[in-house]
Design a binder for this molecule. Structure first.
Ligand code: FE2
Length: 135
């Protein structure tokens, strides 16, 4: 499994932006995985203090969880934009961004961002619905 913690938080932020709320059942369909595996991961995220869940099953970020989710999504969008501006197809750019977002150091990511700024690359706002994250 790739860095699933960041993938989960990223998907949750995406759901929050689209629906205004986060529920486990929507995570399962968004990530293309079973509800059983979602509830296991949601439990681990709660134990790590990254999310909270109310009695009616609504999930909220803690400040730390929100920060990780936003950083991951920001990296995803910027890396997808950079790759697409270099001629990579959207699907491949998105898949590769999803891997790079977890492994790039701050130093390399910042350097890429500086490079992108000097080229004034357009920001690609990714449509996550079109893309299923892989576990
Ligand atoms: Fe991603």
């Amino acid at each position: 499994m790739r860095n699933s913690r960041e993938d989960y938080l990223e998907m949750m932020l995406n759901l929050k932006r689209e629906n205004g709320f986060i529920r486990s059942v929507d995570i399962a369909s968004g990530l293309g995985i079973t509800r059983a595996s979602v509830s296991y991961s949601v439990k681990k995220l709660r134990e790590s203090g990254l999310i909270t869940m109310s009695g009616d099953g609504m999930i909220e970020f803690t400040p730390e969880g929100q920060e990780i989710a936003e950083r991951t999504m920001y990296r995803h969008e910027m890396l997808t934009s950079i790759l697409m501006s270099m001629g990579v197809s959207e699907d491949t750019a998105c898949d590769d961004a999803c891997a790079m977002e977890h492994i790039l150091s701050e130093e390399s990511f910042d350097a890429l961002m500086r490079f992108a700024n000097t080229q004034s690359l357009p920001v690609h706002h990714h449509d996550f619905k079109k893309h299923i994250h892989h576990e």
